[in-house]
Design a protein around this ligand. Structure first.
Ligand SMILES: NC(=O)C1=CN([C@@H]2O[C@H](COP(=O)(O)OP(=O)(O)OC[C@H]3O[C@@H](n4cnc5c(N)ncnc54)[C@H](O)[C@@H]3O)[C@@H](O)[C@H]2O)[C@@H](O)CC1
Ligand SMILES: Nc1ncnc2c1ncn2[C@@H]1O[C@H](COP(=O)(O)OP(=O)(O)O)[C@@H](O)[C@H]1O
Ligand SMILES: [K+]
Length: 513
């Protein structure tokens, strides 16, 4: 699903209004009707106190329409207009009048007003700011937002949590609504998925307000949300008359004394995702344990006992995944540098491979184009330098990837794959995956997909998605805390199956036989 910038959403709005020959107030009515129906289908007339905090722009206008509809259906409501500016939008004013016509009189809150009482049992509708936020709220509005957050009442945000910037603008973390639930119009917003801003969004859902589909389809976006519909077309079915050679021979290079497990996890994951053959290259100390732990993986060793001091692969590998647990001994660094010079095919570089590149940036020139780098945030910072916001991080990562023609996988709760100026935001995975070795598993999976002939960027997007899905299936049986990286590997097969599982409704509708 595409992720639009605020500017693109305004354009989609405009295009819809023009094409359907409707007034903007009708689009607002449509959006707010969706909000109302969402609430009404859940509350079913329950007598709770709904307190609506509405700004003076169109987000506030949505709140006005919602209030009118809730009142019409006999809900107990109280409406507050957060009067932060004189520049009220036309549709806000129109719907303020309509609300008054239906005999609801909002309280106007300004700098001088006392903070309204909120009980933890109230339901708050947050319609103060939407995608129009262009600077941090004034202190008195910020104090009101803090007051709402402190109330611990269930808070339903309209479109976005108020105070959260949709695109890069100045904002203040304490002046953002901590939304229990966000009902966002038509398309998801990038900030829902970034570590700094995503924490304000507990759960979110998209409401289809019928924006111009043709406009949405033809608009190029900087970011895309990757879910099942996006990854299914990437899948390449296994062929009946194929053999193990069809699916490539991957080589996983890494490990050092005490860190052979990283290679074991990566090579096991590489096999489980479908690579035809996998060879691991490790220092001598890793030989016995690897052969015992994963008999399907072939093992080559260097001449040193505890670390890699030279890399020699006596056959043509389809793809190499390198770096996990490898260490940064001087010999290892020079072996890695020489190996990069010899390689021309895209590879996957992780962990110490990335750290070596950070310390020896001239080596970046030898990294084959279209290689996949899989940094976690600390490794990324070593590569691209410090950033002051997630927006800046993404821009720097895009510039870095473009400069070297690489795919950069920024790992995190929502891993983002960067390639060719675009970011692909993953939707699978869970906090149980914040555990030792889960990154090694990902590297193995991406390498294994490349071995089978998937392109670098498709391997990264698909691998990240499957990895998260395998983690989600893993925690479903044992919970977050107990998830170990090896259980992610065990669930790779289930993750593939899950991709093709029919939703239950469709299954029920299938004719018998
Ligand atoms: N296609 C859509 O997505 C639709 C959007 N609508 C609503 O319209 C909203 C956007 O409305 P607006 O553009 O009026 O913007 P907002 O309602 O988000 O903000 C109101 C105005 O306040 C000003 N402002 C920004 N930051 C401020 C600050 N810190 N202090 C004081 N003033 C500030 C801005 O000039 C802005 O236009 C969306 O979030 C959504 O709720 C719906 O009504 C209809 C359809
Ligand atoms: N909170 C989380 N939610 C979803 N996925 C997560 C979370 N924390 C970590 N992960 C995933 O787990 C992996 C961790 O990788 P990494 O930090 O390199 O671990 P390691 O070095 O131990 O292998 C990444 O793929 C990351 O996206
Ligand atoms: K809002």
């Amino acid at each position: 699903m595409k992720i639009f910038s605020a500017h693109q959403i305004y354009q989609a709005d405009k295009s819809t209004i023009q094409k359907e020959q409707i007034k903007s107030e009708e689009l607002m009515e449509r959006a707010a009707t969706q909000l109302f129906e969402w609430m009404h289908s859940r509350l079913r007339g329950t007598q709770v106190n709904v307190k609506l905090f509405c700004g003076i722009g169109n987000n506030g206008g949505d709140g006005m329409v919602l209030a009118r509809k809730l009142h019409k259906h006999d809900y107990s409501i109280k409406v507050y207009v957060v009067n932060y500016s004189e520049k009220r939008s036309e549709d806000f004013l129109l719907n303020l009048e309509r609300l008054k016509d239906s005999k609801v009189w909002p309280d106007f809150i300004n700098e001088e007003s006392d903070l309204p009482e909120i009980s933890p049992n109230d339901i708050i509708v947050d319609a103060i700011f939407g995608i129009g936020l262009n600077r941090a709220p004034d202190d008195w509005v910020g104090n009101l937002i803090e007051h709402i957050n402190d109330s611990r009442a269930f808070t339903l945000s309209v479109d976005v949590p108020s105070g959260l910037p949709v695109d890069s603008c100045h904002w203040k973390p304490s002046y953002v609504i901590r939304a229990s639930y966000v009902l966002s119009f038509q398309l998801p917003k990038l900030v829902f998925f970034l570590p700094e801003t995503g924490v304000y969004v507990n759960q979110w859902e998209i409401l289809d307000i019928g924006l111009d589909q043709e406009f949405i389809a033809k608009t190029e976006t900087d970011y895309e949300l990757i879910g099942r519909p996006e990854v299914l077309p990437l899948y390449r079915p296994r062929l009946k008359f194929s053999h193990k050679g069809t699916y490539g021979h991957a080589v996983i290079i890494g490990g050092s004394y005490g860190k052979i497990g990283a290679v074991q996890l990566a090579s096991n994951a590489c096999l489980s995702v479908g690579s035809g053959l996998v060879t691991a290259f490790v220092p001598k100390c890793g030989y016995d344990s690897l052969q015992t732990a994963v008999p399907e993986v072939m093992v080559l060793t260097g001449s040193r006992e505890r670390s890699i001091s030279e890399i020699a692969i006596p056959f043509k590998a389809s793809v190499v995944g390198i770096g996990m647990g490898m260490g940064m001994e001087d010999d290892t660094v020079s072996a890695f540098g020489s190996f990069l010079k010899e390689c021309t095919k895209p590879m996957v570089i992780d962990a110490d491979g990335l750290n070596i590149l950070s310390q020896n940036p001239q080596m970046l020139n030898d990294v084959p184009e279209l290689s996949v780098l899989t940094p976690h945030p600390k490794e990324l910072e070593r590569l691209i330098g410090y950033w002051t916001s997630d927006f800046e991080k993404l821009e720097k990562a895009k510039a870095f990837a473009a400069k070297h023609n690489l795919v950069v996988v920024i790992k995190g709760a929502h891993t983002i794959t960067i390639y060719n100026g675009k970011g692909y935001v993953n939707t699978t995975g869970n906090p149980g995956m914040a555990t030792a070795g889960s990154g090694d598993v990902l590297t193995g999976m991406i390498t294994g997909l490349m071995a089978q002939g998937y392109s670098s960027v498709k391997s990264a997007i698909f691998g990240v998605y499957l990895h998260g899905l395998a983690g989600d299936l893993g925690v479903s049986s044992i919970g977050y805390e107990a998830l170990k990286a090896s259980l992610i590997i065990e669930n790779i097969g289930n993750a593939y199956s899950e991709l093709f599982r029919q939703p239950e409704i469709e299954q029920k509708e299938k004719p018998n036989g």
